[in-house]
Design a protein around this ligand. Structure first.
Ligand code: ZN
Length: 234
């Protein structure tokens, strides 16, 4: 079940007060509309009842998708680079989840959206992070997606200060589409990787002892997490 509480917000512009709904947990089966509100971030927007001024209110939430079997512990702060895995939580609230669930810590709204896209497509987020790591470090060369630049390889240093996010599968299901975010936000361009490359990476991952999946833990699978595991001696 989705859980919510009401907080009172004071308008920074006119001083009027009004209620704001904070969702402590979001269950997409119970409340499908909340998924869309998270994706367009309207769930975080409070509108002043008096003057119409809008305020972006951040809160942490637990995102639960039982169809696709994943649970995301979401925190708005992007700076948290803690990559230690935590044990599967005890307690009644978690008894319903069997150990096939993927449990993740997610920091930052764009990373939350990406995790949702990845798991809804049935993809492995460790493989996605590995592919992004290889691109950033020039191990996989990608090409500009569109316009006059099409076909030109993108140098690795291009990605300094830019973020890469998995966005969606192509309509034919043969390509993974990624977006490149500008340093100040907004999408700069897109590029695609083949499903073959993804599958090869997935096969290698299954044999790689450094990434042996411990299902009984919550992980913060991000660039730093992947880098730390790659640097673990085999
Ligand atoms: Zn106001």
């Amino acid at each position: 079940m989705s859980q919510k509480r009401t907080e009172e917000i004071t308008c920074p512009k006119c001083g009027a007060k009004g209620p704001f709904t904070v969702w402590d947990s979001v269950n997409v089966e119970d409340s499908p509309s909340l998924r869309g509100q998270l994706m367009d971030e309207s769930i975080f927007v409070w509108t002043c009842p008096d003057c119409g001024h809008t305020v972006y209110v951040t809160f942490s939430t637990l995102y639960h998708d039982s169809t696709n079997q994943f649970l995301l512990f979401f925190d708005h702060k992007t700076g948290d680079k803690d990559i230690e895995d935590s044990p599967f939580p005890d307690g009644e609230a978690f008894e319903q989840f069997n150990k096939t669930y993927r449990l993740r810590f997610v920091h930052g709204i764009n990373n939350l959206k990406e995790k949702i896209f990845i798991f809804e497509e049935g993809l492995n987020d460790i493989v996605i992070e590995l592919l992004k790591y290889f691109i950033r470090n020039g191990i996989i060369a990608i090409q500009q997606g569109d316009g006059e630049e099409k076909g030109q390889p993108i140098p690795g240093n291009y990605f300094i200060g830019r973020a890469i996010y998995f966005t969606q599968m192509s309509a034919d299901g043969e390509q993974l589409i990624f977006s490149i975010a500008r340093p100040r936000g907004g999408v700069e361009s897109h590029f695609a990787l083949s499903m073959d490359l993804y599958s090869q990476c997935l096969q290698k991952l299954a044999l790689d002892k450094r990434f042996k999946e411990d299902r009984n833990s919550i992980k913060n699978v991000c660039y730093e997490w992947v880098e730390a595991h790659l640097k673990t001696p085999v």
